[in-house]
Write a protein that binds this ligand. Structure first.
Ligand SMILES: *[C@@H]1O[C@H](CO)[C@@H](O)[C@H](O)[C@H]1NC(C)=O
Ligand SMILES: *[C@@H]1O[C@H](CO)[C@@H](O)[C@H](O)[C@H]1NC(C)=O
Length: 417
């Protein structure tokens, strides 16, 4: 073998050993900046209510490009997890059923998958690959496409979504106890009194002034629409309702997580967290080659990269319940990500082992790696991670009992986030 050959085989050897390390990534993200869902309080946006703004689309597109750099084969990274050519078995994208989250996932997937890789159309099929309606300038369009099946060799990736009343994973499906709790609490002034007492003296005058309201007309329970308008306007650089000092703005920001966490009681909050973390843990077990619950892991097919396009609401409860020791969560910015990485320990004996001790987990909130309690190191062994989850007050069985201890309240719209 000549020198070049030796170096090449050395290189491929390194890539192969390193390539064996990362087994699974689950990315949960918040949608990007968006037009407020319910009330824009007079501010005009180019997009309709609840849709991403151009900045929100850009945020997710860039996020996708970064995920490509981190995890895609052929990029100068260490992980080499997924193939640049989309394969259904490798990447599974799922979203809640709102415009902003579906748009976020689509924008991110356009960033993740490079252009020009989509399969070409064999030339002899140009006459076959036509829809059944007549297209007057079809020859011109086909000529412009060249060999690309669709423009620029894009790779469309499907984003699955289900109505929030059916979705047992990202939504409220299969747990009347939790959705009823949500509905009752969102309307129960007593539940919000603590936060009202806390924030009223600090910031209600300023918020009222920003919207030309009387502070006595504001209540923490119904403050979310005002907050959402402010957060978007601030992000988009068009907030000119009120000049909040830095300290005041921090308070306004912190009302987000205070609101989101309080809308569920501690038990519902734990149910929501476990409903997300348990299927992820089972998918990890599947990747480790261990016994796993197929119903739970089956939420994601057999993917190596799972994208869950969701909301600050879900993320707040999940992060809160994991009790990270190095994060005080008070605001979840647009396009925030919560990343779970499953790694195989890179040592002799672990190359193909299914032993729990051969695996560890990294959890990130944006660029901060979270230190979970019960984990000796910030890189958490699978065993410690799993024990931490088992330390929740409920498990799958108990959750099932609690969830069906009530009948769903009728006629309430749950699509709040
Ligand atoms: C709160 O109560 C009002 C009045 O009863 C009702 O119209 C509204 O839909 C309720 N909101 C929620 C989220 O249940
Ligand atoms: C798998 O999880 C589902 C949902 O929690 C549960 O109903 C089922 O009993 C579990 N299956 C096994 C074999 O444990």
């Amino acid at each position: 073998m000549n020198k070049k050959g030796v170096i090449l085989s050395l290189l491929s050897c390194i890539i192969l050993t390193v390539a064996a390390r990362l087994e699974l990534v689950v990315e949960m993200c918040r949608h990007g900046s968006r037009v407020p869902q319910r009330d824009t309080f007079g501010t005009k946006y180019s997009n309709g209510k609840g849709m991403l703004t151009p900045s929100g689309l850009r945020q997710h597109y860039l996020l996708g490009v970064e995920m490509r750099r981190r995890y895609m084969k052929g990029y100068p990274n260490v992980h080499q997890l997924i193939d640049p050519s989309f394969e259904t078995g490798e990447v599974f994208a799922r979203s809640t059923q709102t415009r902003k989250t579906v748009q976020s996932a689509s924008a991110q997937l356009l960033g993740l998958y490079p252009l020009g890789i989509g399969e070409d159309l064999p030339p002899h099929l140009a006459d076959v690959a036509l829809p059944l309606v007549k297209i007057p300038n079809v020859d011109q369009i086909i000529e412009d496409l060249g060999p690309d099946a669709i423009k620029k060799g894009k790779q469309p990736v499907s984003v699955r979504n289900f109505g929030s009343e059916h979705d047992r994973f990202l939504g409220f499906g299969g747990c009347p106890y939790m959705s009823n709790d949500f509905i009752r609490r969102s309307n129960d002034t007593e539940v919000w009194q603590y936060n009202d007492d806390k924030f009223r003296p600090l910031i209600f005058n300023q918020i009222a002034q920003a919207f030309g309201r009387n502070p006595d007309d504001l209540h923490f329970m119904t403050i979310l629409d005002y907050l959402e308008a402010l957060y978007t306007e601030e992000f988009e650089g068009i907030q000119n309702r009120f000049e909040f000092s830095d300290g005041e703005w921090e308070i306004v920001r912190s009302m987000q997580v205070a609101y989101l966490l309080n809308i569920l009681n501690p038990l519902s909050s734990e149910i929501l967290a476990l409903r997300h973390i348990d299927p992820i843990r089972e998918l990890m077990r599947a990747k480790m080659g261990r016994d796993f619950n197929e119903t739970l892991a089956g939420e994601f097919g057999d993917a190596k990269f799972v994208l869950l396009s969701s909301h600050a609401y879900q993320m707040a409860h999940i992060i809160h319940r994991m009790e990270p020791e190095n994060l005080e969560l008070n605001h979840i910015d647009f396009a925030s990500v919560l990343l779970f990485e499953l790694h195989r320990v890179d040592s002799r004996g672990c190359e193909t082992s299914t032993s729990e001790s051969c695996f560890f987990i990294r959890v990130f909130f944006n660029d901060l790696q979270l230190k979970l309690p019960g984990c000796r190191d910030i890189d958490c062994t699978f065993r410690d991670f799993s024990r931490h989850i088992d330390g929740f007050d409920i498990n799958e069985e108990k959750m099932h009992q609690i969830c069906y201890s009530e009948k769903p309240l009728e006629g309430v719209n749950l699509d709040q986030f």
